[in-house]
Design a protein around this ligand. Structure first.
Ligand code: GDP
Length: 296
């Protein structure tokens, strides 16, 4: 994960450490390289530029220039600013004051939405009685996949009577009644995925949103998609009222763009990260730990 960005930053800092005292020019050169490394990691140009400006402003103060360990100080500033960029504090999931809590998982096909629905249910199953609901009705395979994964994780599943049939709003209503009758306190809806954002998808999500009044609308993004993932988040934010992001496939060779920029670009925090194909591989997002991983 983020291997090339990490390598680049390591190189930049090792060069700085080798210099002892630093001049303004040394810092400017180093930060220019940091910016280039961010762009190569597929961070949006404006976000990379603003970030580096902020770092520069703090690093060109006397405190850093006259320090006996200036490279370390620059490192600390970069670390802090990376944390801030990614949201700083840990963002917890919102649960409804009065159960059931409803979570809608939204996102493009292949992003990891179905897997994440079950991972999330499993993660909270110690302290909750969750149920997953299949609402990707146009793709029978998606309904079946959710059912199989839920069975594997021993999580309650609700879906259309016959995979590939039924109406989304109908299934949604029935799921609510079922949950009510069975004292289920968290209902996780796996909504339809598409290859692209389209009006039908957004209308469907809007209707579900109206009926469900969800505690969370979590957008699942494949971190490998980099800046494109951020664009997707911007579109979903505008149309589907997302409250949080789940970044999946961080165990792969994601360059880092989405993790670094999604909060800055949309204001929506990353809440969870998928770090593998197993159902246990879902973690709370921690900006400080992520910044440590990136900086090495
Ligand atoms: P959906 O179309 O959005 O519902 O996506 P799926 O849940 O079917 O996931 C697509 C593929 O990504 C599947 O093969 C999953 O096993 C895989 N996947 C999902 N999350 C992760 C993750 O965090 N890491 C890895 N390595 N694979 C993941």
């Amino acid at each position: 994960m983020f291997d090339s960005l990490k390598e680049r930053l390591e190189g930049i800092f090792s060069k700085l450490r080798g210099k002892g005292r630093l001049t303004e020019e040394d810092i400017n050169d180093a930060l220019r390289e940091v910016r280039r490394a961010l762009l190569e990691a597929d961070v949006n140009y404006k976000i990379a530029k603003d970030l580096v400006e902020r770092i520069k402003e703090r690093c060109l103060g006397q405190e850093v220039l006259s320090s006996i360990t200036p490279a370390q100080q620059v490192y600390a500033v970069v670390y802090e600013e990376l944390c801030n960029l990614m949201g700083g504090k840990k963002e917890r999931l919102n649960f409804a004051a009065k159960p059931p809590s409803v979570f809608m998982l939204v996102g493009l096909q292949g992003s990891g939405k179905t897997t994440t629905a079950v991972k999330l249910a499993l993660k909270i199953s110690d302290s909750h009685k969750p149920m997953v609901v299949a609402c990707d009705l146009r793709r029978p395979a998606a309904v079946k996949q959710l059912k199989v994964l839920a069975e594997k994780a021993r999580i309650l599943f609700f879906g259309p009577e016959e995979a590939g049939s039924g109406n989304v709003m109908d299934v949604t209503r029935k799921a609510l009644s079922y949950a009510d009758a069975h004292l289920i306190d968290v209902i996780i809806f796996d909504t339809a995925g598409r290859l692209h954002i389209d009006d039908d998808l957004m209308t469907e999500l809007e209707q579900m949103h109206k009926l469900l009044d969800p505690s969370e609308v979590l957008l699942v993004i494949d971190s490998m998609t980099g800046q494109e993932g951020v664009n997707v988040a911007e579109a979903f934010k505008e149309k589907a009222g997302i409250t949080g992001v789940v970044l999946t496939k961080l165990d792969g060779d994601a360059r880092g763009g989405a993790a670094l920029a999604v909060k800055a670009a949309t204001g929506v925090p990353i809440k969870l990260v998928g770090v593998g194909e197993h159902l246990e591989d879902l973690e709370e997002f921690d900006a400080t730990r992520m910044a440590q991983r990136i900086l090495g």
